[in-house]
Design a protein. Structure first.
Length: 240
C-alpha cells in the first residue's frame, strides 16, 4: 500500500516571485555543498570501515540522510517555487518495527535512494553555477540602474581623497571620474539607466527560468509519480 502526498497550497497560474527565485538559487550552493560533503564523506568513511563493522552505522546514517535531503529539497521547491511535489507514504510512515536490516534492504532496493544520491552529485555543480549567476546579474542590473547616483558618490569620495593631496582617478562605465563634477558626464551617466531596466527584465526571465528548471529537476529526480498524475489526485489517496 502506498500513499501519495501532494502540496496543493498553490496551483499553476500563480504569479512568479523573483525574490523567492533568487533566494532559491542563492541557497542552492550552500545547501548542495553541505549535501555533497555529507554524502561523500559518509560513503567514503562507511565503505572503508565496513570490514570492522563501524562502517555499517555510518552507511545507515548516510542512507537516512539521503532520504532526508530528498524531503528537504522537495519542500524547498514546493514552498518557494510553488511546484507540487508528490511523496511516497514510506517517507512518512517509515519501516518501523521491522529492524535495521530490513530497513536497509528496503531503502537500498528503492530507486529513489539512488536517484537521491545522483541528485546530490549533480546538484553540486548546478548549485555553484546558479549561485554565481543569481548573485552577479542582479548586481549588474542595479549598478546600471543607479549609474547616475554612483557617479555622484564616486565624484564626492574622490574629491575628499584628492583634497588631501592625492591624485586618484578612474574610468567607470565609460565615465572619467577624478573628483571634479562634470555636468556633461553626469547627463551621459543616465544612458546606462535604460540598459539597467532591460538587463533587469532579462535577469527576471532568466532567473525565474533557472529556478523553475532546478525545481523541475528536483521533481523529476526525487519523486515517484509523474507530474500529470499528481495534478489529478486529491491531497491524500491510497493505491494498492
Amino acid at each position: 500500500m502506498q500513499q501519495v502526498f501532494t502540496n496543493d497550497r498553490h496551483r499553476n497560474g500563480h504569479k512568479e516571485n523573483i525574490g523567492l527565485s533568487i533566494l532559491y538559487l542563492l541557497l542552492s550552493f550552500p545547501l548542495s555543498l553541505l549535501y555533497f560533503l555529507f554524502v561523500v564523506i559518509g560513503l567514503a568513511v562507511g565503505m572503508s570501515t565496513v570490514v570492522i563493522w563501524i562502517g555499517i552505522p555510518i552507511l545507515l546514517i548516510t542512507m537516512a540522510g539521503l532520504r532526508g535531503i530528498a524531503i528537504v529539497e522537495r519542500d524547498l521547491a514546493a514552498s518557494m517555487l510553488h511546484i507540487e511535489m508528490p511523496r511516497t507514504g514510506r517517507e512518512h510512515h517509515g519501516e518501523r518495527g521491522r529492524g535495521w536490516w530490513n530497513w536497509l534492504k528496503s531503502n537500498a532496493s528503492d530507486p529513489l535512494t539512488w536517484r537521491s544520491l545522483l541528485y546530490v552529485l549533480v546538484k553540486f555543480p548546478l548549485g555553484i553555477s546558479a549561485f554565481v549567476i543569481a548573485l552577479t546579474l542582479p548586481i549588474l542590473s542595479l549598478t546600471l540602474l543607479l549609474n547616475p547616483l554612483s557617479y555622484l558618490l564616486s565624484t564626492y569620495i574622490y574629491s575628499l581623497v584628492n583634497a588631501s593631496g592625492s591624485h586618484y582617478h578612474e574610468w567607470m562605465l565609460f565615465m572619467y571620474i577624478d573628483g571634479h563634477f562634470d555636468p556633461l558626464t553626469f547627463v551621459l551617466s543616465f544612458l546606462a539607466t535604460p540598459l539597467g531596466v532591460l538587463c533587469w527584465l532579462a535577469t527576471r526571465w532568466l532567473l525565474n527560468g533557472m529556478a523553475h528548471g532546478l525545481g523541475a529537476f528536483t521533481r523529476g529526480m526525487l519523486t515517484t509519480y509523474s507530474y500529470e498524475q499528481v495534478r489529478i489526485q486529491p491531497k491524500y489517496e491510497l493505491y494498492s
